[in-house]
Design a protein around this ligand. Structure first.
Ligand SMILES: O=C(CO)COP(=O)(O)O
Length: 248
């Protein structure tokens, strides 16, 4: 049985004051018995996270990483910097980065590799757009997204990955994939992992993301291949985030 993991993706939200209130609220409600949790925050707030979360049961991480080590890459943040601030996780290939920053499957794969090389756990996001689902192309799309990463990182890295299935049409829209729809894609992704590394595939956590809330989290995470959540909007309110951790 895989342990559950609930990760908040704050996206481009927060302020020092709001973060302190949010994190303190979450920490006050965390219990030993609950699912593992983490927050992925904007890079300027990693230091604040390290200060507030070090020694707690909640991990932290970033939302993107450069493919290159340090050097002349204006505006980029490299994996060793994330490590320097105690990050455990980094999200790579979020659909917002794919859509607004033109990130290709190959680029996302290089980011996953850069994260692994620095000892970070990449949370590799895959997901289809509405037109792609309607055209029956969901498996082709998420399959190609995952294949690119597996090819770049190799079979031995499979146990060090976390995947997140985030159907683009469910992100920030209030529309959630039904548990059965999500399970079908999660099972497909795990089968692909098995083909790459049969033993490790069973231990890889595959999170669901897209309008997950305390009310629907329990049913989604009760599915055999849904091992947690990657939470956007509901991660910005401590009671909602805690509600999802409890539902897990
Ligand atoms: O994109 C997401 C997490 O990465 C999901 O966002 P919402 O939970 O706001 O739909």
């Amino acid at each position: 049985m895989r342990p559950k993991l609930v990760v908040g993706n704050w996206k481009m939200n927060g302020s020092r004051a709001a973060n302190a209130q949010l994190l303190q609220g979450i920490l006050a409600g965390l219990t030993e018995a609950g699912a593992a949790s983490a927050v992925c925050v904007p890079a300027p707030y990693l230091f604040q996270c390290e200060q507030l979360l070090a020694g707690s049961s909640m991990a932290w991480g970033a939302q993107d990483v450069a493919t290159e080590p340090c050097g002349a890459f204006t505006g980029e943040v490299c994996s060793s910097m994330l490590q320097d601030f105690g990050c455990r996780y980094v999200i790579v290939g979020h659909s917002e980065r794919r859509a607004y920053h033109g990130e290709s499957n190959a680029l996302v794969a290089s980011k996953a590799k850069a994260a692994l090389d620095a000892g970070l756990t990449p949370i590799v996001c895959v997901g289809e757009a509405l037109e792609q689902r309607e055209a029956g192309a969901t498996q082709d799309v998420v399959g190609a997204q995952l294949d690119a990463v597996l090819e770049a990182v190799g079979a031995d890295a499979v146990p060090k990955l976390v995947l997140a299935y985030e159907p683009v049409w469910a992100i920030g829209t209030g529309k959630t994939a039904t548990p059965a729809m999500a399970q079908e894609v999660h099972a497909f992704l795990r089968e692909k992992l098995r083909n790459c590394n049969a033993e490790a595939a069973e231990s890889v956590q595959i999170l669901y993301g897209g309008s997950m809330k305390p009310e629907n989290a329990g049913d989604l995470m009760a599915q055999p291949d849904i091992d947690g959540g990657l939470i956007g909007g509901a991660a910005l309110k401590s009671s909602d985030f805690l509600g999802i951790i409890r539902a897990a």
